[in-house]
Write a protein that binds this ligand. Structure first.
Ligand SMILES: NC(=O)c1ccc[n+]([C@@H]2O[C@H](COP(=O)([O-])OP(=O)(O)OC[C@H]3O[C@@H](n4cnc5c(N)ncnc54)[C@H](O)[C@@H]3O)[C@@H](O)[C@H]2O)c1
Length: 317
């Protein structure tokens, strides 16, 4: 298979490239290196084709899609801080950029996998979140939701192109995905906590730490991506991909300290200090993964303990 990965130099995209190469597929990457890096794919040099460019470059996207069999659309602007500080650019990339990818895949009749997000459910308090759960987002001036809105619109366009033009798309809604190569730079909590713990620095919790999440190891997530891409009955459908085991952010910090034998202390700062105005958080975000289990018999294998071990080991080496 000739695979094109947009955002292939990013965290999930680079692991996906590893998995595709390992099974003998050929891989082309399109990435503008905004949050991704050559370092993430340096070990694949000579085995993959790399295009440093933007998904809003329509001619380039069309050429690369025409020459591929399957397109994995992972490129996006993400990270709550990033979205809030670069709002217009993020909306442009996540919606207009994605539209170019969606229309090109439709035009050239290619299999397409798109990376959506649990953020589309917003702050819906009815947990766990299943694929038919409502979107509950805050007012437009709460800038955080622009990421959710752009991704939801992308999904809606994909869904419509499937219905009206036969686009062979499967939508994946990743919940908090973590693992080696994820950077803590844009506010991602797991690498941020582990980096601090390994240096015995304070672990900073935003808010009171009672908010909870469920984490999924990137290797589990990539296994789900490949299984979904290889299963034609998933075309036109959408799936949550997330881990098991809900943990509060305070509980996560304590576990990270214990597992890394760290001397770090936990410190709390209010959201108003951590983020620009216009931020609001969701208290819980728990995936219902029964649909994907039924469709392709996928379940995560990693526990929170093994996720922390994996990330810590990657940061030490
Ligand atoms: N990691 C998570 O927990 C998570 C959760 C939900 C959804 N997702 C989605 O999964 C996908 C991959 O996320 P990730 O965690 O690997 O993040 P990432 O930031 O590491 O990867 C995104 C990649 O896209 C590239 N990119 C951004 N804008 C681009 C553009 N205009 N043109 C070309 N390349 C561009 C970046 O340089 C980066 O390499 C994204 O679509 C994201 O929205 C991730």
């Amino acid at each position: 298979m000739r695979a094109l990965i947009t955002g292939g130099a990013g965290f999930i995209g680079s692991h996906l490239a590893d998995a595709l190469i390992a099974r003998g597929d050929s891989v082309t990457i399109l990435d503008n290196m905004s949050t991704g890096s050559m370092a993430n794919i340096a070990h694949l040099k000579g085995k993959i084709e790399i295009h440093e460019g933007d998904i809003r470059d329509k001619a380039l996207v069309e050429k690369l899609i025409e020459n591929s069999d399957t397109v994995f659309h992972m490129a996006a602007a993400l990270g709550v801080k990033n979205i809030m500080e670069h709002t217009l650019e993020s909306i442009d990339r996540n919606f207009n950029g994605s539209e170019i990818v969606l229309h090109a895949a439709t035009q050239f009749k290619k299999r397409l996998i798109i990376a959506s997000t649990s953020e589309i459910y917003g702050k819906n308090p009815n947990q766990p979140l299943h694929e038919e759960s409502d979107r509950v987002v805050g007012a437009p001036q709460k800038i955080r939701w622009t990421y959710s809105d752009a991704k939801a619109l992308e999904e809606a366009v994909a869904h419509t192109l499937h219905k009206t033009k036969g686009l062979k798309v499967t939508t994946i809604r990743f919940f908090n995905t973590v693992g080696p190569r994820q950077t803590g730079q844009y506010g991602m909590v797991v690498p941020r906590f582990i980096q601090a713990a390994l240096k015995n620095e304070d672990i900073i919790i935003y808010g009171d730490g009672s908010q909870s999440r469920v984490f999924c190891h990137v290797n589990d997530a990539v296994r789900a991506v490949l299984l979904l891409a290889d299963t034609d009955s998933t075309i036109g459908d959408y799936f949550n991909v997330g881990g098991k085991g809900e943990v509060t952010i305070k509980g996560l910090a304590e576990k990270v300290i214990a597992k890394t034998n760290s001397q770090s202390k936990i410190k709390y700062i209010p959201f108003t200090e951590a983020y620009p105005s216009g931020f609001e958080d969701m208290q819980r975000r728990v995936p219902d993964i029964s649909k994907i289990k039924k469709a392709i018999n996928w379940e995560p294998t990693h526990t929170l303990d093994s996720i922390i071990e994996s990330v810590a080991a990657s940061l030490i080496n």
